[in-house]
Design a protein around this ligand. Structure first.
Ligand code: Y39
Ligand code: FE
Ligand code: FE
Ligand code: FE
Length: 230
């Protein structure tokens, strides 16, 4: 697992790199901003965990600032319109669920699906990032494991009562993540991130999360297959 060497073929200052970075960097900034808002909404929905959720929310705001600095460092202007559109499916589903008090769906979208997406993307980005962005991303990814863990722990304790809603939320949101992965694949490749690695890492993290919550291997296989139905 030693990946200390930076790919010498990557030119962080080329037009092609900066063009792809303007979208990927925007996606990450928008994702962190939405995660900041999502944990604030979750804090209102789960008063017993309010302090903890507000502390996760604050971390997301720091992440956003870190990634904004990464874009500035490469003199890239993030394409925020593209990023808002990119997240609109998951954003809309989270907002709808929050308005209806469907906490389990909110947790699946933010703390499982989006956190696993972030963890896979950041882990794959770290070995091919520029020095500045690598240090920032290494700090961020540690926090994302804590965010994933919050969702796992809550859903594990409430597993029997949450199971049905989790299945439905998975069926509705996994195909969206699949489309997002496909949509970002070409830009990610320019940054040195392979789509196959992103998909593999995501499915491993997500499958492990479902297993920690209490799903059987059979459940996980079935639930993962919905992603392919995109
Ligand atoms: O919980 C979080 O901090 C997650 C919001 C951040 C989402 C990051 C989304 C990363 C997708 C990047 C795709 C690059 C291939
Ligand atoms: Fe984050
Ligand atoms: Fe919004
Ligand atoms: Fe997070």
């Amino acid at each position: 697992m030693q990946q200390l060497e930076i790919n010498p073929a990557i030119d962080f200052h080329s037009d092609a790199y900066k063009d792809a970075y303007s979208r990927i960097n925007a996606i990450v900034i928008e994702g962190e901003q939405e995660a900041f808002e999502n944990y604030q909404q979750l804090a209102e929905l789960l008063p017993d965990a309010k302090e903890q959720l507000l502390s996760l929310s604050k971390m997301e705001n720091r992440h956003k600032k870190g990634f904004q600095a990464c874009g500035k460092n490469l003199q890239v202007t993030p394409d925020m319109d593209f990023a808002r559109e990119f997240f609109s499916g998951l954003h809309g589903n989270f907002q709808k669920a929050a308005a209806e008090g469907r906490i389990v769906t909110c947790l699946l979208i933010q703390s499982l699906v989006i956190e696993c997406f972030a963890i896979s993307a950041y882990n794959i980005y770290i070995p091919v990032a520029d020095d500045f962005a690598r240090k920032i991303t290494e700090g961020v990814v540690k926090d994302e494991y804590m965010h994933l863990n919050f969702g796992e722990e809550w859903l594990k304790v409430n597993f029997e009562a949450s199971k049905e809603e989790l299945e439905e939320a998975n069926r509705e949101n996994l195909p969206i993540v699949w489309r997002m992965l496909n949509e970002v694949a070409d830009d990610a490749a320019v940054l040195g991130m392979e789509k196959e690695a992103l998909v593999e890492d995501f499915m491993i993290s997500y499958g492990e999360a479902l297993s920690n919550i209490g799903f059987t291997t059979r459940d996980i296989m079935r639930m993962s297959a919905y992603g392919l139905a995109a």
